[in-house]
Write a protein that binds this ligand. Structure first.
Ligand code: ZN
Length: 213
């Protein structure tokens, strides 16, 4: 009967900044754990949580599990609020859902691309974070197969953000601190500004230069 077929979607509570799990170093998953029912269920629930939030990436410590596991999905739908120019500047293209287990990241360029970035563990805030344009990630997928990802642009940013979580890192550790602002104020004052204007306003190197004059 249709009325009895109610399927419970499982949304997990997302840990917010100040909870110790977000600052702990996540432990790698063993071969036995990968593909186990517990980890399979965790991935399903994390995917539902990410989609509900919504967000483009979620790391296991964010749902209270200090494990080297993260998921990523940047849906085309999420990119509709950006202009073609903004998408091009960010190198942002849709990324299909996928799972990273025990990832290792290598930055293939210096962290010199800076945009506003947010995190589901710091809801309602954003800050400008310099990131490498290109990265290489080696990891295992959800069935334990080795995968290698060469990414650039916004996808490279998401990978850096999620893999930071697995080492107890948050974007606020890397951001230009003076750019930190509430999402409301970002929308009100900064969202419509050009990238050049934002760099001029918040780049700490430029700031030091003008302060020393
Ligand atoms: Zn995050």
């Amino acid at each position: 009967m249709l009325s009895c077929g109610k399927q419970e979607r499982m949304r997990i509570k997302i840990a917010s900044v100040g909870e110790a799990v977000l600052r702990s170093t996540a432990r790698p998953l063993s071969n036995e754990e990968i593909g186990s029912a517990r980890i399979r269920d965790l991935i399903v629930h994390m995917r539902e949580t990410l989609s509900d939030a919504p967000g483009v990436g979620l790391a296991a410590p964010q749902v209270g599990e200090p494990l080297q596991l993260a998921i990523i999905e940047d849906k085309a739908d999420y990119q509709k609020t950006f202009t073609p120019t903004e998408l091009k500047e960010r190198g942002r293209v849709p990324v299909r859902f996928h799972v990273l287990i025990n990832p290792e990241i290598e930055l293939l360029s210096s962290p010199d691309v800076t945009f506003f970035e947010g995190c589901l563990s710091l809801p309602g805030f954003v800050g400008m974070v310099p990131r490498a344009r290109k990265v290489r990630v080696k990891a295992l997928n959800e069935i334990g197969e080795p995968i290698r990802i060469d990414a650039e642009g916004w996808y490279a940013r998401i990978l850096q953000h999620e893999i930071d979580h697995l080492a107890g890192g948050l974007y606020i550790d890397r951001m230009w601190t003076r750019s930190f602002c509430s999402l409301d104020n970002y929308t009100r004052h900064w969202k419509s500004k050009s990238t050049q204007d934002l760099l001029r306003e918040f780049d700490p190197v430029r700031d030091n230069r003008s302060a020393s004059k």
